[in-house]
Design a protein around this ligand. Structure first.
Ligand code: ATP
Ligand code: MG
Length: 573
């Protein structure tokens, strides 16, 4: 592509709304354009990156026996009613009506749609297994769209669905996709970890997330340095073992705690461990006042609570002051004694806390020496805690490492969740109706672009790996008014094109400095600069990552580029 003819515009300054490197650089480099909050369009450079990633995903899916189809993005309400997700998806779903008032949504994902397809067309075990996928724009009205295409409201996802006749076969399909995903993220040259995840709104049994390591990632993953334990922080079991149960039970005592705002203040004032103070979390869930008690040193894990309650995330709200007062309590002083909540829930392990400190449901007062033991007012739940730095491995007691990451893909064993709710059956080998065993597998194609940029940039711009670069090489003419420079650059450009190298020719009538800055910003991996040495047939050759210039013959520079690309392609395994 001749850049003099290319529709593209780079920005000098960082756009003010962009907080992270990938968001800034993709906007500045003219890869994407914002049209509304969380809604982006792709320009030439950005769309080429998307297509490269799509191609890698396609090749790996196809070589793992999956077939690509393309389902409509507009889906009827009725299908979502069958699975119960029309409501549980909540405000994240973009809903619309046609002129006859029939309701639809813009697909946020497609489990229902694919299940419906298979239940109507597949009736015998003989046709199984089936694995079908699409690469399709998804729509989610995210509560907090942020970081550009990292958490967008319109984004590109590859979603695959497998249908098997037995649970065993489902697990085999899962492993097959696991392997495809390892190949995909290896080929994309990402530094990633595979961790056990939460099944969230999708539901089901086992799931894993593929997480690209990045300090700006919204997800936290934890893994053990001595065994194979690894999980997202939402999923990780917490080995919490504070236990003072050998203490003698003391008498309940009301104490004044004026001005105490936090558990820290409370523990300091009463000179006790934070673990000994019960933290009350006041929640409103579908009109029910639910109070959850956990040890004061810990945070509530909402994902685990949601699983216990069987509700959707958007149905949980913090209780307002008036609701707290309606339980006969006072904000900041909620405690179990005499509390008129609709449900009292506690992490099982608070039973081991003797002589605990609790709110007295009265402003400025707490009780000391409360003993919960097996109080039947409580629903005890095995584990409601968020894992935290310093916790030991729940599997082997080893040391846990914590890292931030960007979830770029995930795989789920859905089991028969959707096939049962949607009555999707086939005839098994004995002629009996059986529900399909399903799995689903997502790759966030557009989010992957931002993860790659997060892992590959410097102060000057993006450094694309060869596997996902918009163009492999760029030939820059320092002075387009110079005949010799133009002639040599043109020759090089033609030769590279003939070798099927994806090459840009910067033949714009711009100052050299502008061209060099743009070149660094858009991060083309292999570079040839045609300048003053053109009369001797020499050029400067450099790579974007190393940025070291070599003055060599034009033919040698061409050969280097061809060899580099060939070697990388051969190495991709
Ligand atoms: P998250 O926890 O980040 O919201 P999710 O669990 O909702 O993700 P899935 O529904 O499993 O995500 O979607 C599959 C993949 O699509 C994710 O792994 C992620 O890479 C991508 N994805 C999900 N939501 C978005 C979004 N709002 N913008 C860009 N990519 C997304
Ligand atoms: Mg989500």
């Amino acid at each position: 592509m001749r850049m003099s003819k290319m529709f593209f515009k780079t920005l000098r300054e960082d756009p003010s709304e962009a907080e992270i490197a990938s968001h800034k650089l993709l906007l500045r480099g003219g890869f994407i354009k914002k049209s509304a909050s969380g809604i982006y369009s792709y320009m030439n450079l950005g769309y080429r990156v998307i297509r490269k990633i799509e191609q890698i995903v396609r090749e790996e899916m196809d070589s793992h026996d999956a077939q690509e189809i393309n389902m409509s993005a507009v889906q009827p309400r009725e299908l979502w009613e069958e699975s119960g997700r029309w409501d549980t998806f909540g405000p994240e779903m973009f809903k619309l009506k046609d002129r006859n008032d029939r309701e639809f949504c813009l697909a946020p994902t497609a489990e229902e749609f694919f299940t419906d397809l298979i239940r109507s067309d597949v009736n015998s075990y003989k046709k199984l297994p089936i694995n079908i996928y699409q690469i399709k724009t998804k729509y989610r009205d995210e509560k907090r769209p942020r970081f550009g295409i990292n958490r967008a409201r319109e984004f590109l996802m590859k979603d695959a669905y497998s249908f098997d006749k037995t649970q065993e076969d489902m697990v085999a399909s899962y492993k097959n996709m696991w392997e495809a995903y390892e190949n995909i993220y290896d080929r994309l040259e990402l530094d990633y970890r595979i961790v056990r995840g939460d099944s969230g709104a999708i539901g089901g049994n086992e799931s894993h997330e593929f997480t690209a390591l990045s300090d700006v990632g919204e997800g936290v993953i934890t893994y053990c340095d001595s065994c194979d334990f690894s999980a997202t922080d939402e999923k990780a079991e917490v080995a919490y073992n504070y236990d003072n149960s050998n203490e003698d039970i003391k008498e309940l005592e009301k104490v004044e705690t004026k001005g105490v705002k936090t558990i820290d203040d409370l523990a300091k004032l009463l000179k006790v461990d934070k673990d000994r103070c019960l933290k009350a979390v006041d929640l409103m869930v579908k009109g029910e006042r639910i109070v959850v008690f956990i040890p004061g040193s810990r945070e509530l894990n909402l994902t685990k609570l949601i699983k216990h309650l069987g509700c959707a995330e958007h149905e949980i709200e913090m209780m307002g002051d008036e609701d707290i007062k309606s339980m006969g309590s006072f904000p900041g002083y909620t405690g179990p004694i005499g509390l008129k909540a609709d449900r009292l829930i506690a992490d099982e392990r608070v039973k081991n806390i003797k002589n605990a400190i609790i709110g007295a449901n009265e402003e400025n007062y707490h009780y000391m020496n409360y003993n919960i033991s097996d109080n039947e007012k409580f629903e005890f739940v095995d584990d409601l805690l968020m894992i935290a730095e310093g916790d030991v491995c729940p599997k082997c007691g080893g040391k846990l490492e914590f890292k931030r990451g960007i979830e770029v893909g995930n795989i789920f064993q859905l089991g028969q969740k959707y096939s049962k709710s949607m009555k999707a059956t086939f005839l098994d080998e004995n002629g009996k109706d059986e529900y399909f065993w399903m799995g689903c597998y997502g790759v966030g194609i557009s989010r992957t672009v931002s993860a790659i940029v997060e892992q590959n940039n410097d102060e000057k711009g993006i450094i694309w790996p060869i596997s996902s670069c918009p163009y492999e090489a760029i030939v820059t003419i320092v002075n387009v008014k110079d005949e010799e420079q133009n002639k040599l650059a043109e020759e090089i450009y033609q030769k590279l094109l003939a070798e099927k190298v994806e090459v840009l020719l910067d033949d714009r009538a711009e100052r050299a400095g502008v061209k060099f800055n743009d070149r660094d910003l858009i991060g083309i991996p292999l570079r040839i600069t045609v300048g003053k040495l053109a009369s001797e047939g020499k050029v400067e050759y450099s790579t974007r990552r190393e940025m070291e210039n070599e003055e060599i013959d034009a033919s040698e520079a061409i050969n280097k580029i061809i060899a580099y690309i060939k070697e990388r392609k051969n190495n991709r395994g």
